[in-house]
Design a protein around this ligand. Structure first.
Ligand SMILES: Nc1ncnc2c1ncn2[C@@H]1O[C@H](COP(=O)(O)OP(=O)(O)OP(=O)(O)O)[C@@H](O)[C@H]1O
Ligand code: SF4
Ligand SMILES: [Mg+2]
Length: 327
């Protein structure tokens, strides 16, 4: 990977959320939502970011988008543009080049505005073009996402969730976005809208070299869309590899458990029961001394080293990184 190919360079990133104190004399406690992620993303690829609820996917995406400040660590966007990790406030250059698209399509848009007003607003804020140029850009972008011009006079609450999500994507594209973080952005849509949005992401990636991080609970959702997959567990990245390598040769016991839990036609025909991952997920308020997956790991070689020391994400095959002592 040459330096020019790297759009995002994340170094040893942490995020702790302080919880309200139980009483004024009590010690503060923290949720350790992201616990030391180091990862690089290449420009122009589609990434799947998967893991169970609460593993830190949204927190990671929010830090990349500058919505949350990291507790420590660094994020470099496009090599030079540092997302500064200071405590004085958000200071991110070129904020329009990274856009976060959330699951709730309607919540992201301001109410009581027409779609035209909604699409015009960010262009005005960033001082992009005069009124005629902005209108031309909006029309061209609506064509890209295959929406008719008639949506411009509508209010977003009059539109379906699928169309509203396309408006969110249009808004990001108008700002010449280079990296889209799509956080469960299709999970509340009907099946046809889901396929439409997935196809739109594929088209934008192919035609505009857009880098996309597609966040989902379910590893099977990302299989048909993504070039590379990042698997998270309890605030850490446990496996990172190309598609299909990660599906064919998954190595981390957690990724293997996720794969075994995916329903397939073969399992349906043979009546093979779906694997259910057992054991309690440790509380994210505890910083464990050893591997975060220790309490649920069924690897036959799991031992004292796993309980007391933290594994690091390391390359086990070419381009295939795993966070485990035993593989
Ligand atoms: N503002 C906050 N204050 C305190 N804890 C938070 C806050 N936001 C997230 N958390 C906690 O941080 C951890 C990671 O949450 P996050 O929303 O990033 O997970 P997620 O992987 O996106 O989950 P989901 O799949 O359910 O969306 C969770 O334990 C969550 O409860
Ligand atoms: S390091 Fe040990 S506990 Fe953690 S996943 Fe690997 S085998 Fe399991
Ligand atoms: Mg989330």
């Amino acid at each position: 990977m040459s330096a020019n190919d790297i759009i995002l360079d994340i170094q040893d990133l942490y995020k702790d959320y302080q919880l309200p104190r139980k009483n004024i004399f009590g010690k503060p406690s923290y949720v350790h939502a992201v616990q030391g992620i180091t990862i690089q993303l290449e420009r122009g690829l589609i990434y799947g970011l998967v893991g169970e609820s609460g593993c830190g996917k949204t927190t990671l995406a929010k830090m990349i988008a500058g919505v949350e400040m990291p507790t420590r660590g660094g994020i470099r966007f496009d090599a030079e543009h540092l997302i500064k990790c200071d405590t004085t406030g958000r200071q991110r250059e070129n904020s329009r080049r990274v856009q976060l698209i959330l699951q709730d399509a309607y919540a992201a848009l301001p109410p009581k505005r027409t779609v035209e007003q909604i699409l015009n607003e960010p262009l005005e804020i960033h001082g992009l073009g005069n009124a005629a140029e902005r209108r031309k850009k909006i029309e061209a972008t609506l064509e890209t996402v295959q929406l008719p011009l008639s949506v411009l006079s509508r209010y977003h609450h009059e539109l379906s969730a699928g169309v509203t999500q396309k408006i969110n994507i249009t808004r990001a594209l108008l700002l010449d976005v280079e990296l889209i973080l799509a956080d469960e952005s299709i999970s509340s849509l009907d099946p046809i809208s889901r396929i439409e949005i997935m196809n739109l992401f594929l088209k934008l990636n192919a035609q505009h070299n857009l880098t996309i991080v597609f966040i989902a609970h379910d590893i099977s959702t990302v299989q048909f869309l993504c070039d590379k997959v990042i698997v998270m567990y309890l605030g850490v990245c446990v496996e990172y590899a190309d598609n299909p390598e990660i599906f064919v040769n998954s190595m981390h016991p957690y990724t293997q458990a996720l794969m075994n839990a995916v329903p397939t036609l073969e399992k349906g025909l043979t009546g093979e029961p779906l694997y259910v991952l057992e054991g309690e997920v440790p509380s994210p308020t505890e910083m464990l001394p050893g591997c975060n997956f220790y309490s649920r790991c069924t690897h036959p070689a799991r031992d004292e080293q796993c309980r007391t020391r933290k594994p690091a994400l390391a390359e086990k095959r070419s381009g295939h990184l795993v966070n485990c002592f035993k593989v």
